[in-house]
Design a protein around this ligand. Structure first.
Ligand code: KG4
Ligand code: ZN
Length: 332
């Protein structure tokens, strides 16, 4: 079964054609980063307009004249105006072709990037989903049954990366810039907070580390001191990646003994190395998504779409888009 998927939840317009949830036939992405870079972050109204301009030629390039057996689309969560472009396009296309329409939760899509990276991977497993807007530890019981074990109580990990990069004037998106700066830095130069909750071992909080970076930069400025960007980036990375690693490895150890990483932050080299070491030490099997599938793409939406379809999760032409939606109980 060949599924065409459309993804437009944030600043990337993406389309892909994937066979049986596992084989990528085509995977196309039009990135808006050069446009939003000027503003230091995503401007939602501009994002919607860019999606409208990009989507038609992108889908044509992806299909290359082939007709899909179904159309999958990211319908939540994300920027509402951006999501609506993809959802409306997918609805019209599925209706015109007379094929099923499959709504896909964006974070479930991120998890599915691992089905494309590891042909033998099947649930159950434990997953860390760390993106620009979310940081979750979930128990993936089956392809379509999720249980949330923990999540962030304030900011997402990716958000902390983006904010810290902005403070250091490194540009947007912050994750890759912080990673680059951290390469030559000393991770023990500055001690940033690592938050743990007694009653909720799998919950995160990143607002403290974000504020600590802001305060550090302000203090340095007031004293007229130059900030050592590599040291700050490396120390910040250590603080964030340590908690992500500790909590998710612990969760995996206490549940499935298999840990899957997902979301934009899973591209981080330091995080991947730390996870590898901790998983080895704790007898947890680790699955990392292919680096090119860590960020937003439509192949992952097609992959998850296949399993949603098998579970009977299809939608009609009254499908709506939602800015927020729980990953464990998505509705449409
Ligand atoms: O999953 P994603 O591409 O989009 C959302 O669904 O949000 O995640 C984007 C987030 C951004 O915050 C970005 O800074 C972060 O992922 N990111 C990284 C890296 N690459 C992207 N964070 C740390 N290290 C990276 N190499
Ligand atoms: Zn994403």
């Amino acid at each position: 079964m060949k599924i065409l998927a459309i993804e437009s939840s944030c600043d990337e317009t993406a389309a892909a054609l994937v066979e049986d949830g596992r084989r990528i036939l085509r995977n196309e992405v039009v990135s808006q980063i050069p446009i939003h870079e000027r503003y230091g972050g995503v401007v939602p109204e501009i994002a919607s307009r860019c999606h409208i301009e990009a989507i038609e030629p992108l889908v044509e390039r992806t299909l290359q004249g082939e007709l899909p057996d179904a159309v999958a689309v990211t319908y939540a969560p994300g920027l509402i105006g951006a999501l609506l472009v993809g959802v409306n396009y997918a609805k019209s296309l599925a209706f015109t072709l007379g094929v099923p329409l499959i709504p896909v939760h964006h974070l479930r899509g991120h998890v599915a990037s691992n089905y494309l990276s590891h042909p033998d991977l099947k649930p159950p497993f434990t997953a860390l989903i760390a993106s620009g807007g979310h940081s979750h530890i979930v128990h993936v019981k089956s392809y379509t049954e999720y249980e949330i074990l923990g999540k962030t109580r304030d900011d997402a990990a990716g958000e902390a990366f983006d904010k810290s990069a902005r403070i250091l004037n490194l540009g947007y998106p912050g994750g890759p810039k912080i990673q680059k700066a951290a390469e030559t830095g000393n991770p023990d130069a500055i001690v940033f907070p690592q938050v743990h909750f007694k009653d909720a071992p799998y919950d995160f909080s990143f607002s403290g580390v974000k504020t600590a970076v802001v305060n550090y930069a302000h203090t340095a400025k007031q004293r007229g001191e130059e900030i050592n960007a590599p040291d700050l980036a490396a120390s910040f990375t250590k603080a964030v990646c340590s908690v992500l690693t500790e909590k998710s490895v612990l969760a995996a150890k206490n549940t499935t003994h298999r840990l899957v990483l997902a979301g934009g932050v899973s591209a981080n080299r330091n995080l991947r190395e730390m996870m590898q070491k901790e998983c080895e030490r704790n007898g947890v099997e680790l699955y990392l998504p292919r680096p090119d599938l860590c960020g937003d793409n439509a192949a992952m939406i097609a992959s998850q779409g296949y399993y949603e379809y098998l579970a009977g999760n299809t939608a009609k032409t009254d499908l709506n888009a939602y800015a927020t939606m729980p990953v464990d109980q998505p509705i449409w």
